[in-house]
Design a protein around this ligand. Structure first.
Ligand SMILES: [Fe+2]
Ligand SMILES: [Fe+2]
Length: 303
C-alpha cells in the first residue's frame, strides 16, 4: 500500500522544475499506476510547467487512466491556445480515451480548430466515442497491447491489405488508424516495414502515431526509418519526438547513435525526448541503476 505521504512525495517530485526530467517522468508513471483523485490532482498541477514533452505526457497518462474526474482539466488544456499543439493534441486524444460521451460536443467543436493536429485529433476522438456507442455491450477484443488506442484495431488480419489501407491517403484517418493498430497487433517484420512506410505519409499527426506504434512494436526492422525521420530537421517536432522515443524503446545498439546525435538538438522537445529515450535505453538494457521507488514495472510504453 502506498501512503498519502508517498503520493505527496511523488507529486512534489513531478511538479518541481528543478528536478531532472527523467525523475519527474518516473514520478508521473508511478502516479499514473496508482490512480485516484490525489494522483489526478498532482498530475493536473504540472500543466503549468514549461516542458511541452512533460505536459503532453501528463495528458497522455490522464487519458490512459480512463478516470472521468480528469475531464475538466483536459478540457481546459484543449481550450488553452497558449499550450503547445502537441499538448492540446494529447488532451483531445485523452478525452477520447476516457470514453465518456459527455465530451462529444466539445470534441466536435475543436474538430475544426485552426491547429491541424488538434482538429484531426478531435475528429478521431469523436469517431472513437461514436464507435464505442455503436458497439456498447459487445465484448471488447483485447489485443496484445494494454494501451487505450485512439481507434480500435481493424478486423482485417492480412498484412498486405492492412498496408494498403494504412497508406491510402484518400481513406478516412480513422480507418487508416484502425489499420495501423491492426498491423501493430499482427507484429513481425512485414508489419513493421509497412508501418515504417507510413513515416512518409501526409499528415504529421498520422506520422507521429506511426512513431508511437513502432515504439510499442519494438521491431528492429524499423530502426533505419525511425532514425531517418528523427534526423529530418524539417519534420514536425511532434513526429521527431515520437521517433526518438520509439528508438529508445527498441533499445538496440543501433538506436544509441541516433539518439546521441540529437541529444543537443535545437528543438527542445526533440532534445528532451532523446534524453528520456537514452534513459529508457539504459532501462531496457538493464545497465542503469535501478530507480529506488520499486514501482518500475508500472512504467508504460512511451506515448
Ligand atoms: Fe500523441
Ligand atoms: Fe508523445
Amino acid at each position: 500500500m502506498v501512503t498519502e505521504q508517498e503520493v505527496e512525495g511523488l507529486g512534489q517530485m513531478l511538479v518541481d522544475p528543478q528536478k531532472p526530467l527523467q525523475a519527474r517522468f518516473r514520478a508521473l508513471f508511478t502516479l499514473r499506476g496508482l490512480g485516484g483523485p490525489a494522483a489526478i490532482s498532482w498530475i493536473s498541477r504540472a500543466f503549468s510547467d514549461d516542458s511541452a514533452l512533460l505536459k503532453h505526457e501528463l495528458a497522455y497518462c490522464l487519458g490512459q487512466m480512463q478516470d472521468s474526474r480528469a475531464i475538466p482539466v483536459l478540457v481546459d488544456v484543449l481550450r488553452d491556445t497558449r499550450q503547445e499543439p502537441m499538448v492540446r493534441h494529447e488532451a483531445g486524444e485523452a478525452l477520447g480515451a476516457i470514453g465518456d460521451p459527455e465530451v462529444l460536443e466539445i470534441l466536435k467543436q475543436y474538430s475544426t480548430d485552426p491547429v491541424i493536429e488538434v482538429a484531426e485529433t478531435c475528429q478521431l476522438a469523436v469517431r472513437r466515442l461514436e464507435w464505442l456507442q455503436q458497439h456498447s455491450g459487445e465484448p471488447v477484443a483485447q489485443g496484445p497491447y494494454l494501451s487505450v488506442d485512439p481507434a480500435p484495431s481493424a478486423e482485417e488480419r492480412d498484412v498486405g491489405r492492412l498496408r494498403v489501407a494504412l497508406l491510402d491517403e484518400a481513406r478516412p484517418l480513422f480507418d487508416r488508424y484502425r489499420a495501423m493498430f491492426a498491423l501493430r497487433d499482427a507484429g513481425g517484420e512485414e508489419a513493421a516495414l509497412a508501418l515504417a512506410e507510413g513515416l512518409h505519409c501526409g499528415s504529421a499527426l498520422f506520422r507521429h502515431e506511426i512513431g508511437y506504434v513502432l515504439g510499442q512494436l519494438q521491431h528492429e526492422a524499423a530502426v533505419p526509418q525511425l532514425a531517418a525521420a528523427l534526423a529530418r530537421p524539417a519534420e514536425n517536432p511532434m513526429v521527431r519526438h515520437e521517433c526518438a522515443e520509439a528508438l529508445g524503446a527498441i533499445a538496440r545498439p543501433a538506436c544509441l547513435a541516433a539518439l546521441r546525435a540529437h541529444a543537443a538538438d535545437p528543438e527542445r522537445v526533440v532534445r528532451e525526448s532523446c534524453e528520456v529515450a537514452l534513459d529508457m535505453y539504459e532501462y531496457e538494457t538493464g545497465s542503469a541503476f535501478q530507480y529506488a521507488d520499486g514501482l518500475e514495472h508500472l512504467r508504460p510504453p512511451p506515448s
